[in-house]
Write a protein of this length. Structure first.
Length: 278
């Protein structure tokens, strides 16, 4: 699905009869969050021209490599508003899609460093791309109130910008995977989503050093847990998802180089996941 909705606090006046109740008129229409997902492709490179190669590589790692590298980005745009009692919609979905396509057409199949004036002096990190797109979409008043933008660089990395946190901050989420051992045999494969929130560094354009985060998760989570009997690792007779996600949080929360650990989500299967936020 490319569109999703959430609705809160629906109130109506009902008339009770021998039949089922019916809605007479809206007393207070709830706020509905509507999310539209759409793709675009672009290339980027992390580089500070005033830095030498050694410093660029130390800070940006492989993202510094010339000339650039590309992604099939996925953007999720969430707007909110009240349902129009005449149309039953927060915003016309066709209009929303056309506005998104028009805005993204400027970015699609472009080298963001070279072709886009928005990134002159601004590194096109996922966090900064999301902020630039926010600024453009927020001007489109016909789409309702802009609530959040989630930008997927790929299925393992995405950035979140929200109205609540403001445009100087973002959340960055990285996915990691490990396989547990159960009764001497390979057990379930776990997907671990680690979310770090914080102020976007005006120099690097990042909330946290992804390379440092990768190294931390490798040391604190993947090496101790991957292909290991988790009962022995944790010293318990049984291991639940609830215990495991809290343990991962504890391993990471005090060790980040920058940003604040805001969420750990552990996915055991398509139908089962666990979250912990301290």
């Amino acid at each position: 699905m490319n569109v999703s909705c959430r609705m809160y606090n629906l109130e109506c006046e009902e008339r009770k009869t021998t039949d089922v109740p019916y809605i007479k008129h809206w007393v207070h229409m709830s706020t509905v969050f509507l999310t539209k997902r759409i793709e675009f492709a672009a290339a980027h490179r992390y580089i500070k021209p005033e830095w030498d190669e050694a410093r660029n590589r130390a800070v940006f790692g492989l993202c510094y490599n010339p000339p650039a590298h590309g992604h099939n980005y996925m953007i999720e745009v969430t707007v909110l508003g009240e349902v129009d009692p005449k149309t039953g919609m927060v915003v016309n979905l066709f209009d929303l899609k056309q506005i998104l396509l028009t805005v993204l057409e400027e970015f699609d199949h472009k080298n963001l460093n070279l072709d886009m004036p928005y990134f002159e002096g601004l590194i096109p990190t996922s966090e900064n791309i999301a902020r630039v797109l926010w600024a453009k979409l927020d001007k489109q008043k016909s789409i309702g109130t802009l609530h959040a933008i989630r930008l997927y660089e790929d299925e393992d990395l995405y950035a979140d910008v929200t109205a609540e946190a403001g445009l100087d901050a973002a959340g960055i989420t990285r996915r990691y995977s490990f396989t547990a051992v159960q009764d001497g045999r390979p057990g379930p494969e776990w997907d671990c989503f680690v979310t770090v929130h914080g102020t976007i560094d005006p120099v690097t354009g990042m909330v946290t050093d992804i390379g440092a985060l990768n190294q931390l998760v490798q040391e604190k989570v993947l090496q101790p847990f991957d292909r290991q009997d988790l009962r022995q690792v944790l010293g318990t007779q049984t291991v639940t998802g609830e215990q495991l996600v809290e343990q991962i949080w504890t391993q990471l929360v005090t060790s980040l180089s920058s940003g604040r650990l805001s969420n750990v989500r552990l996915v055991q299967s398509r139908d089962l996941s666990f979250e912990y936020a301290g």
